[in-house]
Ligand binder design. Structure first.
Ligand SMILES: [Zn+2]
Length: 131
């Protein structure tokens, strides 16, 4: 089996890989577009539309053959007895991770803006201290 997968994402990632094994190819593709992507022709797109896999050497049906539905909410779990935590499939979706990264960046920008604003105000009020 000779499978070729090209991944491109909205974040600008572009990666091509060849696989001899269907299992390895599936793992690679699913890492980007999830287990249940939108499919068309020879490509598969992640549920949030931020990653695309162009596939050659195997049908999409075969590559993504797995029952079930795309998780739409967090089902992370923590086992108090073993102390082990389980990261759910939803949180491992590339689109979920990308979404969180974007939100984190937005928050950081907002915090910096807020900090500058409070500093400005303190300067105006004459309560600003350099340390
Ligand atoms: Zn989760």
């Amino acid at each position: 089996m000779n499978i070729h997968i090209h991944i491109s994402t909205m974040d600008g990632l572009s990666e091509s890989k060849r696989f001899k094994s269907l299992v390895d190819a599936r793992k690679f593709a699913q890492r980007y577009v999830g287990k249940h992507p939108e499919m068309g022709g020879n490509y598969a797109v992640s549920p949030y539309g931020d990653a695309k896999a162009v596939v050659r050497g195997v049908t999409l049906k075969k590559l993504f053959a797995s029952p079930g539905k795309t998780p739409t909410e967090c089902q992370c779990d923590y086992n108090e007895e073993t102390g082990k935590s389980y990261t759910c499939e939803f949180c491992r979706l590339p689109s979920t991770i990308a979404y969180r990264n974007r939100a984190r960046k937005r928050d950081a920008r907002a915090r910096i803006k807020e900090y500058h604003a409070s500093e400005e105000k303190a300067r105006r009020d004459g309560t600003w201290l350099p340390f």
